[in-house]
Design a protein around this ligand. Sequence first.
Ligand code: 5AD
Ligand code: SF4
Length: 547
Amino acid sequence: MPPRTVYLETYGCQMNELDSELVAGRLRQLGYRFTPEASQADVVLYNTCSVRERAEQKVWSRLGEIKKRKGDEPGLVVGVLGCMAERDGEAMIDRMPVVDILCGPGELDKLPELIDNAVRTRASLSADAPARRSANQVALQGDTSRRSGTLAAAGDNLELLDLSRTISPVDEGRSRSAYVRITRGCNKFCTYCVVPHTRGAEMHRPPEHILDECKRLADAGVIEITLLGQTVNHYRFEHGASVSIGGVAQPQKGRTYKGSHHRDAFSGEHVTTFADLLGRIHDEVPSVQRLRFVTSYPRDFGDDVLEVIRDSPRICRYLHVPAQSGSNRVLKTMNRGYTIEEYDEFLDRARSILDQPEIGRPLMISGDVIVGFPTETDADFEATIEMVKRSRAKNQFIFKYSPRPGTVAYDRIPDDVPEALKRSRNNTLLAIQAEISDEISREQIGREFEILVEGFSRNEKKKRGVDVKPGSGMVGLTVGGSSPALATETETEPAGLAQFSGRTDGDQIVFFDVDTSATPADDLIGSIVRVRIDDAGKLALQGTRIK
Ligand code: 5AD
Ligand code: SF4
């Protein structure tokens, strides 16, 4: 049989991008080939997002398109992976019988088996005969069987998917930037959020597994690692309580945060905290030039973490800490678990420890805000405006509230802010944030930064006729997500002045010119250069290389 060809499209967050990478790696090991063209594939997979309705609509329209094709190609296998599969469950198949495979984000280790079953049964099915679909083509956790607790993790092969990550050297076109998962799932249950329902209970990966993965990535040439978790700063692993199955240490259930002690006050067990983990990766994997992490939860952020960042030259001065709202009443209804005064206090504390513009290391904050959360009044929205102004984030991701079935807000609080008001609040905040972002950019003029060179700037690429499609290009097309932008560039460029793009460790984009007849582009890309900022444009800072 010729190798099966897979097309994989990814929606949503960085966690999904990482999942797609792991799934693709596993399938490649099993002999599958990947194509960037859905039309060339005999297995079409969508790794989906449920966080807002719009993300789901895109997938529904993709499924509508592929339905037409399936009429002509009954052997075609269509799979929906990720949060939407988990949230909609088999209702998805009822609505779109074109779907052969459903695989939740907590079941991705089972995907090869599901594809295998689907391919074998598919040929004998017609597109409108969902009833005969094999039961072995659906893998969902369901709310009742949230993978919870160390012992319940027995037979949990999900960790094996991360452990089996295939890491090829960066000179084979792989990105020099990589994600590493440290925590899965979420226990917070913010009332608007679908994630605890789709990704299940919070589980922390054993630190040895994380360190090992970072080392393997570094050995393969990766120089920037972003640690991932829904509430990444809650990472905590209790070694005395760890369990190993078949020689594989198992992820550990998240517990109530008890502070940042190295010795647990209650059990006396040795604990690896988030601060310990950051410190260990920084010290034990020195070839990683930049270590970052997302997303942080504003509460329980100990000074120990901030101090490790301050004392570690290769940990980035960048924190993504969403406030979501500036109104205490709304924060309470969202079940966020902190007041806006506590959020402000955290930012003050973080800045007092980490903000060092004089050494080219200003602390950059980014956040998320939801506007139009049910019951949000003008006064609540004013409080959010004030919060945004006080926070002075480098950027804020602003979202209109989207009611998600299955969440507490959806069930109990009517979506009573009219769409037009959501839109106008969204626009108001965008304009305010744009001014703040401009101000922050202008503050950088005259400062010197270490810049990690990522490649030619967008304009330079256009000039050279290089494809500037968004996304990593790693596994099919990546839609609607940010991706590690650090791809290896192999084009041979004419000698002369060229504009490059890179990032500060506070995640600000910088353009600067380099004479490539003196320094070839290949030597520059992936290296760190020193740049003085001369100007601040809309998209990026402009600088001059000084070393
Ligand atoms: N509606 C709008 N925005 C949401 N987010 C999460 N759930 C919703 C929702 N139901 C936003 C939050 C979160 C980001 C990833 O998406 O701001 O931080
Ligand atoms: Fe979307 Fe959240 Fe699932 Fe990521 S975890 S894919 S943001 S719903």
